[in-house]
Write a protein that binds this ligand. Structure first.
Ligand code: PLP
Length: 422
């Protein structure tokens, strides 16, 4: 009896000793990794905003008004009064949240309304909501693709697409960024599989968030048709403002309705709250509702968020010229910065990456800009490749000409200080 008790005691104590040693090992390892991030000058500290999201904000411990050039608030709708009103009304009518996933008891009339509005906006048969586009990207590939299939993706695709692809069992091929000859090679490689019944899915961002480049969708479509492939496009940096009436990259290339699957976010131009979706054929959406894991195992979107997205779509549909302003602003900013001698990456898009190369320089540059009342952020590894650090300026429809000029003037001053320009 005594020996049994001793044995039980020793069994109880052993894991505790083990846990504390393990905790030390983990702590040391994590501290080493954190130190290496600090030493590389790539530490990301979060500034705390004390106002609503807008082109003019305040941050904690500062009385000064800052000009904000780093939100995805492309249409300036994040603090739009009509959207706020719609969200408040939904809070009163439908409550704060559903405490449920969609298929148990998490679907309200407004969820169905928003899905129909999204499908109509993109001219598709149906749409399915997720709590984020990250989740939409996590759910799509695993649900759609089987072992015999093949996914061919642009090397610069967003992290959420990369992670989503990791979850599926299909053969994975990667083509060089926007390189159509390489895509064709990879499509041919997928053909060697010698299966009739396989899906070849080409996956690309519509607009690439770090570079502001645009996927050549019409060329991709040509190759997809030639090699019997389908196309998936992530439209997070296009929906609502890119293309003449904000229908995205498809509209920009005048090919609405031709892409097989579109994923996008409600958390950027469409009011900026949160949420994501997939839109496409009815069979695809039906299957996602049955099988997509982030949909089946995660909470439904809160009603105020749903209502704010519906109102954002109303505003965009009723004001077809709304996207014009952000593009005029982007054009002005890009031209003036290039005249000063800055290298701005990307195509004609409000994402304007100002290339600096060195990570530490990008971070110090952003700090100096902040001292001048301009809120921009330096992006460095692992968000962008090593030695490709940059400040990603994001222009919004909410910026006035005066706001843009203040930002450009500050860039000129700091650029000369760090000898980035003459
Ligand atoms: N895809 C792209 C291209 C993005 O830029 C982002 C957000 O940063 C996402 C997906 C994820 O969107 P969400 O914030 O809705 O999860």
């Amino acid at each position: 009896m005594v020996s049994t008790c001793l044995l039980l005691l020793s069994l109880r104590y052993t894991p505790i000793r083990h846990t504390s040693t393990l905790a030390k090992v983990i702590k040391n390892r994590l501290n080493l990794e954190l130190d290496s991030i600090r030493q590389a000058g790539t530490w990301k500290s979060e500034r705390i905003i004390s106002t609503s999201q807008s082109s003019h904000i305040k941050i904690e411990n500062s009385e000064n008004d800052l000009l904000n050039f780093c939100a995805n608030n492309y249409l300036g709708l994040a603090n739009n009064s009509e959207i706020i009103h719609a969200a408040k009304k939904a809070l009163d009518d439908y409550g704060a949240g559903l405490s449920s996933v969609r298929f148990i008891c998490g679907t309200q009339t407004i969820h169905k309304q928003l899905e129909q509005r999204i499908a109509k906006f993109h001219q598709r048969e149906d749409a399915i909501l997720y709590i984020s586009c990250f989740d939409a990207n996590a759910g799509i590939f695993e649900t759609l693709l089987k072992e015999q299939d093949c996914i061919i993706s642009d090397e610069l695709n967003h992290a959420s697409i990369i992670d989503g692809i990791r979850l599926c069992k299909a053969k994975r091929l990667r083509y060089k960024h926007k390189d159509m000859s390489d895509l064709e090679l990879k499509l041919k490689e997928s053909y060697n599989e010698n299966h009739d019944n396989i899906i070849r899915l080409i996956a690309t961002d519509g607009v690439f968030s770090m570079d502001g480049t645009i996927a050549p969708l019409s060329d991709i479509k040509y190759l997809a048709d030639k090699y019997n492939g389908l196309i998936f496009v992530d439209e997070c940096h296009a929906t609502g403002f890119f293309g003449r009436t904000g229908r995205g990259t498809e509209e920009y290339f005048n090919m609405i309705g031709t892409i097989d699957i579109i994923n996008s976010t409600l958390g950027k131009a469409l009011g900026g709250a949160a949420g994501g979706y997939t839109t496409g054929s009815k069979v695809l959406i039906d299957l996602l509702r049955q099988r997509s894991r982030p949909y089946l195992f995660s909470n439904t979107l809160p009603p105020p968020v749903v209502a704010s997205a519906i109102k954002a779509i109303d505003l965009i549909e009723n004001n077809p010229n709304l996207p014009e302003r952000v593009h005029e602003n982007a054009k002005y900013f890009r031209n003036e910065m290039q005249k000063l001698g800055f290298k701005i990456l990307g195509d004609n898009h409000p994402i304007c990456p100002v290339m600096l190369g060195d990570a530490r320089l990008a971070s110090q540059f952003a700090d100096e800009m902040l001292k001048r009342g301009i809120y921009v952020i330096g992006f460095s590894y692992p968000v962008v490749p090593k030695d490709r650090a940059r400040i990603r300026v994001q222009v919004s429809a909410a910026h006035s000409k005066d706001d843009l000029q203040r930002c450009i003037n500050a860039f000129a001053e700091v650029g000369r200080q760090f000898k980035v320009i003459k």
